[in-house]
Design a protein around this ligand. Sequence first.
Ligand code: MN
Ligand code: MN
Length: 320
Amino acid sequence: MTQAKDIDLALDREGTHGLGAELTFAGALSFLRRPYTKDVRGFDVVVSGVPFDCAVTNRPGCRFGPRAIRAASTTLAWSGGAWPHEGDPFEVLKVADYGDCHIDVGAPAEIAHAIETHARNLIAAGPSLLTLGGDHFISYPLLKAHAAKYGPLALVQFDAHSDTWREEGRRIDHGTMFFHALEEGLIDPAHSVQVAIRSGNPESHGMTIIDANWVHENGPAATIARILEVVGDARAYLSFDIDCLDPAFAPGTGTPVCGGLSSWQARSILQGLGDIDFVGMDLVEVSPPYDHAEITALAAATIALDYLTLLARRKMRAAA
Ligand code: MN
Ligand code: MN
């Protein structure tokens, strides 16, 4: 018998663990139906949106990303976990949805600081952070917050673009924020890797580049091995720009580039990175106004769930 309690588990879930069964097309839209809370103490991971898209160089719209990814995640939030993973990651991993970072569009000069403060406060309370963007600029304040807690981090970046183009002075956008992050010592380039790149940049800044053609020619297993070799035991931050996927698999993004990964390639690679010590992730550049049939939002929600599954398995291994 269906009960009133079988809807809106984000608001009145009994306990913090487990998936559930509720209407995929209705109800409170937390990410993967996780409990909404402003008190994140005691959780392993907190999910938060950063609905900012004022640093794009082409198509805008990813301020609507967090909402669309949450909506697409409802079809992944059923009991039983997500294929091909066995079991329910949320029996192991306590995950909450904090809601979104406040963006004051009337004070644009203060937005980077607001995002950094938002992230600092959340990770200071204990959990690691999974951020739904937003354009890729947001990784800059997010990395600042994470580097303040952990020191310089190995960057594992999935992207069509390097986002490390050299800047003179302080200007910064979603194609240059990693240049500034490198300059400021937030990233440890020797243990950092960029995957699925298909745009030119005369400078690698010491990071390893695995371009999209290399992935196509060598396959996910070889790509996983190369990433693990570069990152090693370093603490890492995962920055997943949805435009690493081919436009066929992620049409809803700001700067699509042909020749990218399929969603299965990206999932296969990510699922092989369980040995990496990830301290945080962002998933950026989902632009729902350019999406079709929720293709891009669903890919984003699935990749984010794959990441949470990696963390759940890691937690299980640590407890064993
Ligand atoms: Mn990109
Ligand atoms: Mn990017």
